[in-house]
Design a protein around this ligand. Structure first.
Ligand SMILES: Cc1cc2nc3c(=O)[nH]c(=O)nc-3n(C[C@H](O)[C@H](O)[C@H](O)COP(=O)(O)OP(=O)(O)OC[C@H]3O[C@@H](n4cnc5c(N)ncnc54)[C@H](O)[C@@H]3O)c2cc1C
Length: 485
């Protein structure tokens, strides 16, 4: 067997993006994945009853259509997506026991109009970010250490992030709905709020909600991973499944090794090939709260008190912004009494994932790092409060505690799904300053622990591969587009 030019360890979206990029440049590439299937945090499987397909990691894909990598890859020509008219809904208790949700219509004007006297402020907050969302992704989808190519966009985004992530976060709005919606967005990144980086992450998600929307891949997130794997194999790549790598020195010698694993795992398995200082830096990356995931097979759509929520792909449950902030503040010490729950109802848009008339629900909440706490009852109670009668529709359920998630994918350290805590230092340096993806001679960190961080966007893998192509092989970026079929 011939020696590969490059090896990729880990077949998550970033590892697959790296593998595709290297193979398309004409290199012989081998990909090693410890699990029996490709996809890492973008996989789909029948975890409850037969016929019900559940996303094991990502369900909501704000970056799928917007990521510069996926745009170059032509993901829309390879995977069918449904883009809900309402990107996310945020139920809130109103006067007299009524429930009225904040609705993030894709159409910004409509979303703003429904926010009443806060509509104009919502529009002013998001309109420039929506208009410049591609430029914004160009900035935040790279390492923040590069000189910004769109300084005005960066300034607008930075000022808004500081405002929404600082003590003045409530001054812009008069009612509770808009701040609650912003709180739900920011809480995608676990941790205390207000916080400028988490607010920035939330604003980016919020801008995408009104730009390209939050698409749902038909068949589940696995469809994205499978499209990447198919392209890799079509370009000569070889995938080894059930192949856990304990030490990269045991692999065939290759000029470039790209690691799509969490930073501390990279430190361990590449210890013999990277400088000691680099190893220590990787091992020091801090991780945040874990996640408890609940998969439900149900007999009917969720009976939301505000029926308009049925038009949203994603639902943020956690009440007002101050209540979400309180939940996030308490999480490191235990499950808060009113947890923030992130929920997706994919089968309302993609019925292929459940038997006729039946549905799946995907939900998770934050838990203390590494905690085996069972949050199932807390999640169910939170949904039931916004949708009375919901429990009666449950046919089957499956759940994963934070340690179980880590057992299934060791990159989810302590159940952290972000590749490391989202804070200022780790977002800017994430986790190396000078050469963002190179961690040693011919060795690259290509996972969400590297810039630009978490989400199914393929960017860390793509950028690491481009860096390796240039530095190790003197090759330019290859074209990635789907060939006309
Ligand atoms: C419950 C949950 C919900 C999420 N929700 C969303 C969402 O809605 N939207 C979104 O965009 N993102 C979401 N994410 C985050 C998203 O899944 C990750 O950001 C993304 O998968 C990171 O991609 P990656 O390729 O860097 O790493 P991963 O997807 O974690 O892939 C790493 C791969 O490396 C493999 N591996 C680890 N160690 C070794 C080894 N020693 N040898 C060989 N292989 C190894 C693992 O098995 C895994 O397949 C969620 C994640 C989880 C877990």
């Amino acid at each position: 067997m011939s020696t590969p030019d490059a090896i990729v360890v880990g077949a998550g979206p970033n590892g697959l993006a790296a593998a595709v990029t290297l193979a398309r440049a004409g290199l012989a590439v081998e990909l090693y994945e410890r699990a029996p299937t490709v996809g890492g945090g973008a996989r789909t499987a029948a975890t409850t009853d037969p016929g019900f397909l559940h996303d094991l990691g990502s369900a909501v894909h704000p970056m799928a259509l917007a990521s510069p990598f996926f745009r170059a890859f032509g993901i829309e020509q390879r995977v069918d997506f449904v883009v809900p008219e309402i990107s996310y809904a945020h139920p809130l208790d109103g006067a007299g026991g009524a429930m009225r949700a904040g609705l993030a219509w894709r159409e910004l004007d409509r979303a703003a109009a429904e926010l009443g006297r806060d509509g104009r402020a919502w529009h002013r907050l998001f309109a420039p970010l929506v208009r410049e969302s591609d430029a914004l992704l160009d900035i935040v989808g790279d390492t923040l250490l590069r000189l910004p190519r769109h300084p005005l966009t960066l300034a607008r985004f930075g000022l808004r992030s500081l405002e929404q992530g600082g003590p003045a976060w409530n001054l812009r709005f008069r009612d509770e709905t808009a701040p609650a919606m912003l709180g739900g967005l920011a809480a995608h990144a676990a941790g205390r709020m207000p916080h400028p980086v988490r607010a920035g992450a939330g604003l980016l998600l919020g801008a995408l909600a009104h730009a390209r929307g939050w698409p749902i891949p038909v068949g589940g997130s696995q469809a994205i991973s499978d499209a990447l794997a198919a392209d890799f194999v079509a370009h000569g790549g070889r995938i080894h499944l059930d192949a856990e790598v304990a030490d990269v020195r045991e692999l065939p010698a290759a000029r470039a090794v790209l690691l799509d694993v969490a930073a501390p795992i990279a430190a361990r398995i590449a210890a013999g090939r990277i400088p000691d200082a680099s190893r220590r830096r990787l091992a020091r990356v801090r991780f945040g709260a874990g996640v408890f995931r609940l998969d439900l097979a149900v007999s009917a759509p969720i009976p939301w008190r505000d029926t308009r929520i049925g038009g949203a792909g994603t639902v943020h449950l956690g009440g007002t912004r101050s209540r979400i902030a309180e939940a996030e503040r308490r999480t490191p010490n235990g499950l808060p009494p009113h947890p923030f729950v992130l929920l997706s109802q994919p089968t309302l848009f993609d019925p292929s994932r459940a038997p006729a008339g039946r549905h799946t629900v995907w939900a998770y909440t934050h838990v203390p790092a590494g905690s085996a706490v069972d949050a199932e009852e807390a999640i169910l109670a939170t949904i039931e409060a916004a949708a009375p009668g919901f429990r009666d529709t449950i046919i089957a359920r499956a759940s994963r505690t934070a340690p179980q998630l880590e057992q299934e994918n060791p990159s989810l350290i302590g159940g952290d799904i972000s590749g490391g805590l989202i804070d200022v230092r780790q977002t800017v340096f994430r986790p190396r300053a000078r050469t963002p993806w190179a961690i040693g001679d011919g060795v690259y960190l290509a996972s969400s622990s590297a810039a630009p961080g978490p989400g199914v966007n393929g960017l860390a893998g793509w950028r690491a591969a481009l860096s390796a192509l240039g530095r190790e092989f003197g090759l330019p970026a290859p074209g990635l587009g789907a060939e006309p079929g």
